[in-house]
Design a protein around this ligand. Structure first.
Ligand code: NAD
Ligand code: ZN
Length: 245
């Protein structure tokens, strides 16, 4: 174990560019369930009924019902030591960017500055007709289906199944994946594409891959160089300490 942290810390310290790729698992210790684990969001809200753009278009009020509940859950949640450790690495000049699949805003709340939101941010809405985006507010929350001034339907500014990744986030994420010498993958099941492709892109170009998860994933078997098994709220602070000591 100690040896693993030393190898991971060396790979971070010696890299020109370090990039983190995070998923729902980094936020479970903040009280936000992930999707696939037991007790995850999909046990209450089956994805075929709630997670696709077709489901949203067919019944926006129903899908908004889920996002309202998730939003209230997010409101009460704070970043955990895993988020803090990544912010600390960035602050110390050892992390160029975080590419996150999460929509909970917790990296920003922890103080991370370069955060690429691959799947959007649930604290914003986007008009399906004119594309206008704005922060969510109590008025939007109060209506069953919220509408933009142009008359279009507001949808949570998150990427649903069947939608494109926001082009700017996609380009930035790919550029970071191509330039990374070391990648830190945290709490992602490697099931959601194209997000799961990014570490493979980096590995093909010779990047060193550190993975932090409570269980092994396809990454572990395919590309991981050092696997830090355990809760991200414990492994990432240990890693940051090993880098910064
Ligand atoms: P996932 O639910 O598919 O996988 C979560 C992974 O995290 C699993 O491999 C699990 O073993 C691991 N994990 C759970 N708790 C952990 C912990 N404490 N420390 C380390 N690892 C832990 O999540 P995903 O791969 O991110 O894909 C799900 C999709 O759902 C993403 O696209 C994301 O946008 C979305 N989502 C976001 C949030 C959020 O914003 N917090 C929550 C749920 C889902
Ligand atoms: Zn509009």
């Amino acid at each position: 174990m100690t040896n693993d942290y030393t190898r991971a810390a060396d790979a971070i310290r010696s890299a020109g560019t370090v990039v983190a790729s995070t998923g729902a698992g980094i936020s479970t210790e903040s009280g936000i369930p992930d999707f696939r684990s037991e007790g995850g969001i999909w046990e209450t809200y089956p994805p075929e009924e709630y997670a696709s753009i077709e489901a949203f278009t067919a019944d926006p009020a129903k899908v908004w019902g889920m996002w309202r509940e998730l939003g209230q859950q997010f409101d009460g949640c704070k970043p955990n030591p895993g988020h803090a450790a990544l912010a600390q690495l960035e602050e110390a000049g050892h992390l160029a960017a975080i590419i996150t699949q999460n929509v909970d805003n917790l990296h920003q709340e922890a103080g991370s500055r370069t955060v690429i939101e691959y799947h959007g941010n649930s604290r914003h809405v986007r008009c399906m007709t004119c594309g206008h985006t704005q922060p969510i507010n109590p008025e939007i929350y109060a209506s069953g289906t919220p509408f933009c001034v142009c008359g279009g339907v507001f949808k949570p500014d998150v990427v649903m199944f069947g939608e494109m990744i926001p082009p700017k986030a996609m380009l930035q994420a790919e550029a970071y994946a191509r330039s990374a010498d070391t990648v830190i993958i945290v709490g992602t099941s490697a099931q959601v594409y194209p997000a799961a492709e990014l570490p493979y892109t980096a590995k093909k170009r010779g990047a060193f891959i550190i993975e932090a998860n409570i269980e092994e994933t396809d990454f572990t078997r395919d590309i991981t160089d050092v696997f830090l098994q355990g809760k991200a709220g414990e492994t990432l602070p240990n890693l940051a300490e090993a880098v910064l000591k």
